[in-house]
Design a protein around this ligand. Structure first.
Ligand code: SAH
Ligand code: DHB
Ligand code: MG
Length: 237
């Protein structure tokens, strides 16, 4: 019986990887620029934790629907998701992307120039929390679309700030909303990442100012099931 379970799990993950490749090949086609962005990241030894090409395409499609003039991204890495989002912008649209690692920001800047978006994308270096606090103070909001994809343990803090940088109708997208634990729901009580993600999911599900849904995604070489959060900010009345 345990053998049977192991076998069916393995079979299932092979199927999941095949489906991920199928979806990526058909719907998440990457051009030379997107491939080079990932190549540059790899050459700089930046971890390959960018969104999958299918999620990149999903971000692009959601942004096409939203027609944002101003996007805020939290967690740039090498600029892969940033460029997917930028491709949905009009000429006068802008992205501000926050990144704590100077090394990541440097490669991202190079990648963004390569993609031809140096005039539309601004990367701000530092802790997203503090950078967002300053944006609130300086009244830099509201943004039309906010993509949360930085350190998971701070997701609840980012949500609180994202709401302050939103208007009625802002689209808040959040990556990686299923924690990594092998058995679902089996994280240790001290697992700060998993706790924060479950808390975040509760908040976007129950928040009086949000209408939310999670859509499952397939990430990484092992085809882990994950999810992207889609939240719409409601009007006050
Ligand atoms: N959005 C990217 C992936 C981001 S990975 C893509 O899909 O292409 C998460 C990034 O968040 C990393 O580059 C990491 O350095 C950054 N990060 C982690 N903690 C942060 C913080 N407190 N403030 C800002 N960025 C942070
Ligand atoms: C991982 C994936 C992500 O999309 C992310 O933002 C952070 C980490 C990962 O697979 O480790
Ligand atoms: Mg992510």
């Amino acid at each position: 019986m345990p053998e049977q379970t192991a076998k069916s799990l393995k079979t299932d993950s092979t199927r999941t990887i095949d489906i991920k490749d199928y979806l990526g090949g058909l719907f998440g086609q990457e051009d030379e620029i997107l491939l080079t962005i990932k190549k540059n990241a790899k050459a700089a030894k930046i971890p390959a934790i960018e969104v999958s090409s299918t999620v990149g395409k999903l971000l692009y499609c959601l942004a096409r629907i939203q027609k944002p003039k101003r996007i805020l991204e939290i967690g740039t890495l090498a600029g892969y998701s940033t460029v997917w989002l930028a491709r949905a912008l009009d000429q006068d649209g802008k992205i501000i992307s926050l990144e704590i690692e100077p090394r990541h920001a440097a490669v991202a800047k190079k990648n963004i120039a390569l993609a031809g978006f140096e005039n539309q994308i601004e990367i701000r270096e530092g802790r997203a929390q503090g950078l967002m606090d300053r944006m609130i103070q300086e009244k830099e909001g509201p943004f039309d679309l906010i993509f949360i994809d930085a350190d998971k343990k701070n997701y609840p803090l980012y949500l609180e700030r994202a709401l302050q940088l939103s208007r009625a109708g802002t689209l808040i997208l959040s990556d990686n909303l299923i924690p990594k634990e092998e058995t679902f729901g089996s994280h240790l009580p001290g697992d700060l990442e998993a706790n924060a993600i479950y808390q975040f999911n509760q908040e976007i599900a129950l928040h009086p100012k949000l209408e939310s849904v999670l859509t499952t995604t397939i990430v990484g070489k092992k085809g882990r099931i994950d999810a992207l959060g889609i939240s719409i900010v409601k009007s006050d009345r």
